[in-house]
Design a protein around this ligand. Structure first.
Ligand code: NAG
Length: 135
């Protein structure tokens, strides 16, 4: 709450602050690299933006764009599903984690072993989330 008030005051004092933070667009994508014939279901949403459920074929990707809000609270979470993992939820964008890691391009790659994320600063793919073990 205090942080929000401070931000609001900064915006009034310094219009450029608001412009710099809100003008930046982030391109997010989730690539299905599960292999031939394996579809991936993707359902992403934020607090006020539901992108719907989509079935993505192998080698296809799901993409969207957004501008992180000035309150620095932007969060998109996605639920993935495929033949072995019925439902797996992860944060596809979280401002605190991603503001510098993937400032303008947040790419995810979904594979049999788990989920990789592109570090846009190093341009390296990092193994981020393994699938939960088979029960
Ligand atoms: C994958 O999706 C395609 C296109 O929607 C569909 O034709 C196909 O039957 C699906 N394959 C499986 C294994 O569900």
């Amino acid at each position: 709450m205090v942080k929000k008030l401070l931000l609001m005051m900064m915006m009034l004092w310094s219009p450029t602050y608001y412009w710099v933070v809100s003008a930046k667009k982030v391109e997010a994508s989730i690539d299905n690299k599960l292999g031939i014939g394996k579809n991936l279901s993707v359902h992403c949403q934020s607090k006020d933006d539901d992108l719907g459920e989509h079935s993505i074929s192998n080698d296809e990707s799901f993409k969207w764009e957004f501008s992180p809000n000035v309150w620095e609270t932007t969060l998109y979470f996605c639920v993935l599903g495929w033949e072995r993992v019925r439902s797996y939820e992860f944060d596809a964008y979280s401002f605190g984690r991603d503001r510098s890691r993937c400032e303008t391009r947040c790419a995810w790659l979904v594979s049999i072993e788990g989920i990789y994320a592109l570090n846009d600063q190093t341009t390296l793919w990092e193994f981020f989330y393994p699938w939960p073990p088979l029960s």
